[in-house]
Design a protein around this ligand. Sequence first.
Ligand SMILES: [Ca+2]
Length: 482
Amino acid sequence: MKMDRRRFIAASTGIFAGAAASSKFVRQIFARQTEKRPNILLINTDDQPAWWVGAYGNRDIYTPNMDRLASEGMLFRTAVTCPVCSPSRAMLLTGRYNHQVGIDDFINNDEDTGLPNGSITFAQVLHNAGYKTGIVGKWHLGKEQQYWPTVRGFDYWAGFTNAHGPKDPPVIVKHGDKKPETIEHKGFTTNILTDYAINFIRDNRSESFALYLSYPAPHMGYLPVPDEDMAHYKGKKFHFPDYKKFPQVNITEQQLHRKYIANYAPVTSIDRNMGQLFAELKALGLEENTVVIFTGDNGYCLGRHGLESKGNARYLGTNIPRPNMFDDSIVVPLIVRWPGVVKPGSVCNRLVSHLDFFPTMMELAGLNPASIPHLEGISMLPLLRGKEKIWRNELFLIYDMKYHAVAHMRLIRTRRWKLIHHYENEALNELYDLQKDPGELENIYGESEVSSVQRMLTRQLKAWEERVGATKEDLLKRRRHY
Ligand SMILES: [Ca+2]
């Protein structure tokens, strides 16, 4: 270690030997060593597919700040995650497949379960490395105190065990080991959470911080929103997908129009709040040294495939379930801004996953992801620097659905192909050629002209299932109904 002059003088005169002086000194040195480590602001929205962002080509939604972020950073076209809340969040937090940490489906309010004790999270690792770690908003990885984020690596939490509606939220506030408080608020939840996020950033401006801001919107329609956000949709006409060709659908155009407003307006509300956050970073002089990562926890169909909702979708206006892993459900927005490193306005077509966030954040903090055993993701830093030479050719997902319907889906997705095994009923297996059929409207599973591709993908998927304990036999061993 290079010894600076003050330390040299202190050490040589014996002052440094005093315990009090020593700890103060270590703090000073540590602060100097860490001052260049970037802050991390990770924004995760709830049920916002990639296609609900202007920068991804949506002409109807109003998202100027998300779009600006893309023009200043890198937009990932294919960022993939498990298509429901808790499993996706488990992947994000632990860098492991959701079933590897025991999270199969979303955690219902009547369940006493959560992210198991001993699960290593990115927050834990960043905290141990000296970062101030905070989470504001939705957790959804266990409501009992033994599962709370403050025992999973976060120094600070202001939010909800699961979620809260659009207004008047009671917010749990917890600092480390201190007793939690529940603070009642009047006003819009999205605005209030932004205030907590800004306060966390202000309080930790002189430290290296990692803030996970987890908005519970636009989750399945999240009205009301402030008038200023609603104003963008007055008299608006939307480009609807061709939902009418699905005979199961039972909805009028007017009803679908209302659903679009109920989902787009809360996205616009988040967007306006993101603008406030970015302005705050700038005002505090933190813009240059803060990596902003914006993503969503799962996608949403809203008319595509005739469906409403995500991996556990139903046909519009009905209770007919359609468990699925369509891109609309698994592909989420991912935009990363890192001034001076990421080329402004760049686009990445590589396949990335929420598994990759943990190792990416470690590398951002100057840590080695290989020091954490069993991480399944890869650091995205080479992509962000525009210097990747080799990258993965395929991604895998698992979703054992128990609510609304029973399904056991296993997915392999390459840039061109997608194969899904349904262990609940193999007659439902799916194969799509995403190059010819990006909308995934034609299931070509079992067709002779794709038999060799199907065989190859099946082999890869089976090998993965065996490696991670996701085979049908593994399911039976875990006594899962199927
Ligand atoms: Ca969600």
